[in-house]
Design a protein around this ligand. Sequence first.
Ligand SMILES: [Zn+2]
Length: 364
Amino acid sequence: MTGICYCDCAASVTVRGASATCASRKERIDKTQVAYARHTLQGAARHFLFANLMKTTRTQIARLLLCLLIIAAALTQPLSDAHGWGPHGHEMSGRAAAMKLPEQMPKFFRNAVAQLGYLNQEPDRWRDRAESDLDKALDSAYAPDHFIDLELVPPAAFDAVNRYDFTAELIKAGRKPTAAGFAPFRILELFQSLRIQFRLWRAERDPNKRKWIEQRIINDAGVLGHYVSDAANPHHTTIHYNGWSGDNPKGYTVFTREHDQGIHYRFEELYVQTHIQLNDVAQLIGKERVIAKPREEIWNYIRSSNALVEQLYILDKQEKFNAETKSPEHKKFVSGRLAAGAQMLRDMWWTAWVTSAAPPAPTP
Ligand SMILES: [Zn+2]
């Protein structure tokens, strides 16, 4: 998205979409405003330093004051970590998963590689800033679907049947019901929806209805992909989602609400955009398998991601994740995380298809 600088210095600034934010949990950031603020700050500085103040007109002074007001407004916005894998990372996840499907998967699904890549980012699009400003119902309700802070989950909540029972356990433990996030439930819910759609597709004989069901399948599968991909990022499984919170004896990168300075953005977006390509991810994906116990394996998948939180911080301490990072170890780690997400996603799609078949009749 391109915006024109309000300070009227005849420059334009390219900024990321105003609300393409993902897991902004407690709060959210408007990157556009921050980009504007920075740009207008530069513009204002130029006015101050290089303009002949003696010739400054009232109009110019008014513009300058407007710039300063914009800066002040932007800097008072709450800041947070606010992202998933970024558009590049999400698209790669969806594409890599779809590329690694077995030939026995229905052809309409295997042909949807590009669409499944596109849809992997879809839940971030629902976080549209302009829409949220009109009414926060959607954004505030869906934001916790992008993460699960395992440290905040009371033991009894791991056995909750659904997200409502889960919130009841959090309330019992004295926590805000949405504090820990709902990622495992969102994944399981969408997986079940997908399996139902596959079942309907198998049974449907009307060619038109079959086409409609195919559209539903691709849509649900693509959206499922977002949450599975998010959970592969250790930041989406922990309270240390944008820097280390609380005691920090090992001196890891500390928690911040400053989005563009935070490890969350540097790791999953800045680094991924500049270092990881589709093949880096796809080549690490193993052979497909049917997931025997989806609910259990979703939780295990999230735990395995959470187990890498400290490793992520150790790497960042060795060399910061950003556009200039040189370390091959960093690349291996990030490629491995994206591939783990894509592999889990491919296996969930495959499992939904295989297990949607009617079970064989029992032997008399
Ligand atoms: Zn997300």
